[in-house]
Design a protein around this ligand. Structure first.
Ligand code: NAD
Length: 337
């Protein structure tokens, strides 16, 4: 089956890690066809806008995009392109796996968990942000809806079911934030009853942070509201050695965008030392999503093997003596076997 996707190479190290990623995807023979479209600083220079309409149309047409990091210009009134894309396509689920890999500077081995963060409402996107006339009080409105909570919790349980995962933990602060967090928790409890084969746990967010640091192996799938998810997913990335190996997916009913969590790394752009793994792991998530989980697994296994056995091919951030191209080459060799 042939599937077409929109590809945004992105800014800074984006083109370098995207080229590496596409080399590996091609070696896997996934039957993917690419339409390259612009976004970010490159698009601003070329088209006068950070996200041209043609790019949005292409994402809509293919319903899948693989995206390199984008630079949002500072101080010129530009809003985050990533937030714009989430809003435009109603990408309600932000899915961030945290998986241990060898050779990373991390506190624990064998972590394999996923944070499912609500992406479209809640405190992170608080509407009505304003100051009182004297400037001494700041106000904002936190909106959490039944629709938003139902679909994110259901997404988490369906993900757990499809990956044969055993437990879903709903993280909340319903003891204090009784309305917005309380509604989310009530709905999580309701939805959990539809999945009796999956253990359901609820945990207050401050305790969840402590438990994640002290005993992360107890977690499997974590589902939570937008702001808590923003914080917890980075905490989980830290548990497995930082952002270098952190992929993320933004998923909606009609479109899904897969990306590395890290940014465009201007300090190392052009040096050919950028680690392509986070984008490759996002591509693996994309292959899972497209019904090719064995190909996604091949990428994850390939990264594991190359990190364990080919220090000469691995990028310096992972302690290797190789570069972006050699990392890709080693992976191509592995997946092409
Ligand atoms: N998803 C996105 O598009 C996204 C996410 C975060 C930041 N950004 C943008 O990226 C730009 C730079 O942001 P920043 O410097 O705060 O964060 P960053 O993630 O780009 O870089 C932080 C540090 O991590 C290193 N790093 C990042 N990715 C790496 C990789 N693949 N291999 C090796 N080292 C890597 C960088 O060299 C830097 O030292 C900003 O314009 C920001 O808006 C975009």
């Amino acid at each position: 089956m042939s599937q077409s996707i929109a590809v945004i190479k992105g800014d800074g190290i984006g083109p370098e890690i995207m080229d590496a990623t596409l080399r590996v995807l091609d070696a896997l023979d996934c039957g993917l066809q690419y339409e390259f479209v612009d976004a970010g600083l490159g698009a601003l220079e070329k088209h006068g806008t950070l996200i041209p309409k043609e790019s949005l149309d292409a994402i809509e047409k293919h319903s899948i995009a693989l995206k390199g990091p984008l630079t949002t210009p500072i101080g010129k009134g530009f809003s985050s392109i990533n937030v714009q894309l989430r809003r435009h396509f109603d990408l309600y689920a932000n899915v961030r796996p945290a998986i241990s890999f060898p050779g990373t500077r991390s506190r624990y081995d064998d972590i394999d968990m996923i944070t499912v963060r609500e992406n479209t409402e809640g405190a992170y996107l608080a509407d009505g942000q304003e100051y009182t006339d004297d400037g001494n009080t700041a106000l904002s409105v936190i909106k959490v809806t039944r629709k938003g909570s139902e679909r994110i919790v259901r997404y988490a349980f369906e993900l757990a079911r499809s990956q044969n995962r055993k437990k879903v933990t709903a993280v909340h602060k319903a003891n204090i934030i009784k309305t917005s967090s309380g509604l989310f928790l009530d709905i999580a409890r309701e939805i959990a009853e539809e999945y009796p084969e999956i253990e359901f746990q609820e945990m207050i967010v401050d305790n969840a942070c402590m438990q994640l640091v002290m005993n992360p192996h107890q977690f499997d799938v974590v589902v939570t509201t937008n702001l808590f998810g923003d914080i917890i997913s980075d905490l989980c990335a830290g548990l497995v050695g930082g952002l270098g190996l952190a992929p993320g997916a933004n998923i909606g009913e009609k479109a899904a965008i897969f990306e590395a969590v890290h940014g465009s790394a201007p300090d190392i752009t052009g040096k050919k030392i950028a680690n392509p793994c986070a984008l490759l792991l996002a591509a693996a998530q994309m292959l899972d999503h497209l019904g090719m989980p064995e190909k996604g697994t091949a990428i994850r296994q390939g990264i594991r093997t190359v990190l364990e056995t080919r220090n000469d091919m691995v990028t310096p951030d992972m302690g290797g003596t190789g570069n972006t191209d050699s990392f890709a080459e080693a992976l191509v060799e592995y997946v092409g076997r």
